[in-house]
Design a protein around this ligand. Structure first.
Ligand code: ADP
Ligand code: MG
Length: 280
């Protein structure tokens, strides 16, 4: 029987050094991302998360090792636009993401780059702006928008490309809690309903609780990987890496220190409370 792999991204022993830097920003990183997966990447500042994101769509190329997107090596110059079509990217700082004088032109520019037929653009712009609640800003000048609005437009631009994989590198950091929740709901819906693969890098750990898998980075290395339950059980280890844990996991951990016993890790405050009453 032929086993067909569903991996959409594959990293094999990837290392990366910035020019002139003494230490490697990434060291021997290997993992695969399955089609349709919702993956979160966590790690403290400088652990290599943004470098990793830029390697995923060929903005940076591995110094050693190999990355394949849909079987295409990112180092293959001739096919780099196919890689960019598959992997959409939104970064933390929206200010350097705009090239056109209006929101709609900016979204159209991104689509032109990957060869979306002009007849499809209108509907895609409308749809993408609806997803992020920004339809009223079609003809606005991107640079005059607030930080949060800019970031919504950047996300709309990425959605309009209809990438199979969306990488969000601290993309909601500029938004207020409500804005962050809305954007997370949009990408969760696209993941669930359209099968879009999502790779989110975030330091808001609460936003990782519904992920299929979490990858933990430290000092340029992948140091941990697993379900949210298995990762957030390791409270002492995460703290040693300079990371916190979500509220409910911390609460449960503290109660355990005081002698309470739980059969499973709860991911919500309600879950912790319920199991206290039922001695689960
Ligand atoms: P994170 O996103 O997890 O904060 P980065 O990928 O930005 O981590 O950084 C990883 C390492 O690479 C850090 O040591 C950082 O100082 C270094 N680094 C990042 N960008 C550059 C750059 N443009 N030139 C040189 N070193 C860099
Ligand atoms: Mg970063």
């Amino acid at each position: 029987m032929v086993v067909v792999s569903k991996a959409i991204i594959r990293l094999a022993d990837v290392s990366f050094s910035y020019e002139g830097a003494e230490e490697r920003a990434l060291q021997g990183v290997s993992f695969t991302v399955e089609k349709g997966e919702f993956l979160s990447i966590i790690g403290h500042n400088g652990s290599g998360k943004s470098t990793l994101a830029k390697l995923l769509n060929g903005l940076l190329l591995p110094s050693e090792g190999k990355i394949e997107v849909n079987g295409i090596p990112t180092a293959d110059d001739a096919h780099i636009w196919e890689v960019r079509k598959v992997v959409g990217m939104v970064f933390q700082n929206p200010d350097n993401q705009f090239v056109a004088p209006t929101v709609e032109d900016d979204i159209a520019f991104g689509m032109e780059n990957i060869g979306v037929p002009p007849v499809d653009m209108e509907a895609r712009i409308q749809d993408a702006l609806e997803q992020v609640n920004m339809t009223g800003f079609r003809t606005a000048e991107p640079n005059r928008l607030s930080g949060g609005q800019k970031q919504r437009v950047a996300i709309a631009g990425a959605l309009a490309i209809q990438p199979a994989v969306l990488v969000l590198d601290e993309a909601t950091a500029m938004l207020d809690p409500r804005g962050r929740k809305e954007v997370l709901e949009v990408v969760q819906r696209m993941n669930r309903e359209a099968g879009m693969t999502v790779i989110q890098i975030t330091h808001y750990l609460e936003e990782t609780l519904d992920s299929d898998r979490i990858i933990v980075m430290d000092g340029g290395r992948l140091v941990g990987e697993g379900t949210p339950e298995s990762v957030y059980q390791q409270v002492d280890w995460l703290r040693r890496l300079g990371l916190d844990v979500p509220f409910a996991c911390d609460l449960q951990y503290r109660l355990q220190q005081k002698g309470f016993r739980f059969s499973t890790l709860k991911m919500t405050g309600e879950g912790v409370l319920d199991s206290l009453w039922t001695s689960d």
